[in-house]
Design a protein around this ligand. Structure first.
Ligand code: HEC
Ligand code: HEC
Ligand code: HEC
Length: 133
């Protein structure tokens, strides 16, 4: 026979264990990624929310647009140059575009990617900006 005196503490321990993932998650909130914002620019090539969700597809789009064209395309070809909402010109390129504004792969791209556990293989070929380690 079990007395009330034992069931209640057992129940509390049981509930504690069942909900522990929630408590552990709360402790992890400080780890959410904080990608470093560019200092010299105020807006991205597309609205920020769109960039957060869709930058991978946008990069593929740029690559396909550019590689389908002549490799020797002029640098000021409209397919190569885009404008932000406020008219800032940028080159549609991973190295010369994205990384021209987002100068640190480590403090920007990696900040989110490590959190999301994705490892884009782009840097096998594309040169990443030189950074002080
Ligand atoms: C002209 C400069 C410029 C270029 C080029 C540029 N960005 Fe951005 N990007 C910014 C700025 C400034 C912000 C911050 C906007 C804000 O605070 O709302 C930003 C925001 C972002 C964000 C959201 C970050 C966050 O804090 O959630 C992502 C993701 C991103 N950019 C990826 C890219 C990628 C990928 C490329 C190339 C395809 C690119 N950007 C090209 C300036 C640029
Ligand atoms: C605000 C957070 C954030 C920032 C900043 C960010 N990314 Fe991402 N990126 C993600 C997430 C999350 C995924 C995975 C998305 C998915 O699988 O749906 C991803 C996926 C990708 C992928 C596809 C990889 C794959 O294996 O599917 C590429 C390419 C990519 N990012 C490039 C970049 C580049 C280049 C930068 C820096 C200029 C950058 N990202 C900055 C959050 C970010
Ligand atoms: C096997 C090597 C290789 C890998 C891996 C690779 N690329 Fe490329 N990429 C190239 C080459 C070569 C070009 C053509 C160079 C040019 O015309 O500037 C190119 C061109 C591009 C361009 C247009 C030109 C420019 O200056 O950026 C984009 C955008 C691009 N790649 C994005 C990506 C992304 C995003 C990834 C990762 C998901 C990736 N690439 C992975 C080799 C590669």
């Amino acid at each position: 026979m079990y007395g009330k005196g034992r069931i209640i503490p057992a129940l509390i321990i049981f509930l504690g264990l069942m909900t522990s993932p929630i408590w552990l998650q709360l402790g992890n909130a400080s780890k959410t990624p904080k990608p470093e914002k560019p200092k010299d620019y105020t807006e991205c090539v597309e609205p920020t929310q769109y960039m957060r969700e869709t930058h991978m597809l946008l990069l593929n789009q740029w690559r396909d647009d550019i590689l389908r064209e002549d490799a020797d395309m002029e640098r000021n070809d409209p397919k190569r140059v885009g404008h932000t909402a406020n008219g800032t010109a940028y080159v549609r390129s991973l190295q010369n575009g994205c990384m021209n504004c987002h100068t640190s792969k480590k403090k920007f791209c990696d900040e989110c990617h490590e959190y999301a556990a994705v490892k884009p293989y782009c840097w096998d070929c594309h040169i990443q900006p030189k950074e002080a380690m």
